[in-house]
Structures are given as structure tokens and as C-alpha cells.
Design a protein around this ligand. Sequence first.
Ligand SMILES: [Zn+2]
Length: 149
Amino acid sequence: MAFTIKNSKLKMHHCDLAVIKCIDFRFRESDQEFIRSTFSTEDFDMFAWPGAAKQSLDSSIWKNDFIAKVKNVCIGLHGVRKLVLLWHWDCGGYGGSKAFASESAEESKYRSDLQTVKDSLVKHLPDLEIEMAYSKAIAEDELEYTLIR
Ligand SMILES: [Zn+2]
């Protein structure tokens, strides 16, 4: 079985942005909407991994592999200039919200891990601007995205 789908971007070779986010399906559409509205583009290289780039805190093999992919593919092939680290609320990579004593504990853990990951990546990717963001549930069906600047 084969079918065809239109794709108007096949001749493009440049994008400004790369994003690493969690694989969690619940956040895919709203994450894309956040990127689109915040960075005014829908063209970005997307890495998806459980817990976004949290793994880089535990594994230098993972971290080095990620850095190599960003260098070779995102920067080398696509001319990416900015990397967005995007965490999300209730992340299974952290054991979910239930793993935290409070909302503020969860939020501050995400913020501190984002900063630690950024600090460790920036040394290896000095030409890249690295942005940090996370989403937080503010209602059963609503997320608030925060860009840390
Ligand atoms: Zn997650």
C-alpha cells in the first residue's frame, strides 16, 4: 500500500531552530503551538526523548551523542542558531507530578535541571543560543508555557 502526501518544504535546507522535548504524546501539539507562537516559525529540527534532555545529566554517552547530532545535522546541515530545551509538567522521566512533594517543588526541579543542562551544553555548543522553557498545567485541560529569560 502506498499513498501520497503533499509536502511543500522538500526543497528547503535551512531552519533557525532546533528543539528537544519529551516524547510524551500529550504535549506534542501544544509544544508545537508554543514554538510556533513564541519563535514565529514552524520550521525546526525536533529531538524527542523521554524527559527531553534530562538524560544528559546522567549519561555522558547520551550527551556527547546529542551534541554530535546537533553539530552535524542541525548546525552543519540546516544552519540552526538556536536550541530550545523544552520540559513539561507531570513528566514520566521524573516519575510524574506524584514524585514531587508540591507544585513548587516540581517547578523548581525543572527550572534547575534546565539550567544545569543548558550550562553543560553551552560549553560544547558555543555558537548556539540555548533557550529554556517548560509547560505547567494550570487546569485539567490547559497548559501555561514559560520561557525562562
Ligand atoms: Zn515527559
